[in-house]
Ligand binder design. Sequence first.
Ligand code: B16
Ligand code: MG
Length: 223
Amino acid sequence: MTKFADIKGFVFDLDGVITDTSILHGTAWHQLADSLGVAWSKELGDGLKGISRMDSLEMILKAGGKENDYTQAEKEKLAAQKNTNYVAEVDKMTPANILPGMKAFLDSLRAKGYDLSLASASKNAPRVLGKLQLADYFPKIVDPATLTHGKPDPEIYTRGAELLNLPPEQCIGVEDAAAGVAAINAAGEVSLGIGDAKELGAADMVFSDTAEVTLENIAKKLG
Ligand code: B16
Ligand code: MG
């Protein structure tokens, strides 16, 4: 098991970790599901966390038994419609939308010389970081458009460690979604989950809230 002293870098998820765009994603998908006549549920919304835009649409259509009702071109139009609604909300974001403690945590990582990269499935990640005024912290962003597989496949976290030129076992991956924790584990990194310990039970360590994520607390858990 990796010791705290072995850790040299952090690979971050964005949505649900640095800011709560998961609510905005959920609202925009909920709107689309309503317009398609697909019944919405909390479980359906939670299952979309960390899942790419097109895979999310597929999951919604499947939940409503409509997976064969649309052509690829029509699906792309639906996904674009959701994205237009989502981006309109993102553009209202400010640094006040950074989750509790996360700015201080990023500052402490920088001060201690840890290297950072971003492993978000979101094609809107650079835009979101800009709105939060955090773009400077993340010059190294995995481009999700270049990936073959989405989370829970390890690819995005493997690439996140490669951007840092670090072996995966020297990196901590930070996630709010079960699919993301599975991706971190499969990439061979140390997984830090933020959220419900039951939902994120596969993580090496779980914090119930972003405010608890500090280097001191990580060191305590990792030993
Ligand atoms: P976009 P993460 C993920 O971001 C979201 O959790 C997920 O709900 C969203 O569908 C996905 O990004 C794609 O986002 O439509 O903006 O490209 O959690 O991996 O940072
Ligand atoms: Mg997330």
